[in-house]
Design a protein around this ligand. Sequence first.
Ligand SMILES: Nc1ncnc2c1ncn2[C@@H]1O[C@H](COP(=O)(O)OP(=O)(O)OP(=O)(O)O)[C@@H](O)[C@H]1O
Length: 313
Amino acid sequence: MGLLEIKDLKVHYPLKSGFLSSKKSLAAVDGISLALEEGKNYGLVGESGSGKSTVGRAIVGLERITAGQIIYEGTDVTAAIGKRKSAHKRNVQMIFQDSGASLNPKKQIGQIISEPLHNFEQLSQQEEKKRVLELLEMVGLPEDALRKYPHEFTGGQMQRIALARAVALRPKFVIADEPVSVLDLSVQAQVLNYMKRIQEQYKLSYLFISHDLGVVKQMCDELAIMYRGRFVEYGDRQDIYLNPQHIYTKRLLSAIPNLDPENRELHKRLRREIESEYKQSMESYLAKDGRVGDLIPLSETHRIAGKPSKGER
Ligand SMILES: Nc1ncnc2c1ncn2[C@@H]1O[C@H](COP(=O)(O)OP(=O)(O)OP(=O)(O)O)[C@@H](O)[C@H]1O
């Protein structure tokens, strides 16, 4: 049995309509499906505005789902996920790009990390403190962090605090929405290492949301490439990096900086070629019906749920 299945998920935001104009909506997520297995990591990649965060927020119940289903360990939880203190809240956690904004500035770190334990577990004070200290240690923070406030920590430390809080209830699934994108490269690597270590310890799965294919490369087994609310390509990491099918994926890959001076010129030339192919493709899809996913129909590239065989490409 899979861990989490998303079936034809749609999140449409109503747009303000004028006095005489008909009601319109923005299809932020427009019919995506995904099957996630336990212990594996998944990446959701696309440019800003493609709908990645909306998917993550819908899975944890922070967005109203327009249509589709979310199935957790075989149970349809679509109706339950918005409810406070539901089992889904416990099983599926989320960390955000800017923990400075998502951690309550008026609360001490000890209170912040123990909050989910308070809400969901009946622990004695001593047990709770022991657990919070374990969590702090797990993300490399000292005991005296307990009584400090979020503003006393660096960006990387705050992401580690958010991580400790997210895994306090030992969830099987954590959604990480651009968790390192505002951090320096060396700090990024540190946070990702903590995430990996915790995953090994807890055997959890991440859905790693990022605009940067370079970052998800280290973290994910499978990747979905998203454009305008839809998946244009889905597959395992090796296939996507070595044999991208869709021009949009190729373009995202070409945006990863090439640090090898010997290959820099070749990289620049390839980028130019891809950019020109991308422009032509975009013109042809705009002339058609505006759905870039139709440039390469999903059936010809990847089956939406599950890994496709090579013969299907
Ligand atoms: N509450 C909202 N009301 C209306 N439109 C929204 C709302 N939230 C997001 N959108 C729109 O939905 C689309 C998808 O946004 P989303 O944040 O999911 O994209 P994203 O790929 O995560 O991009 P980013 O990395 O910039 O957050 C965008 O056009 C965005 O402007």
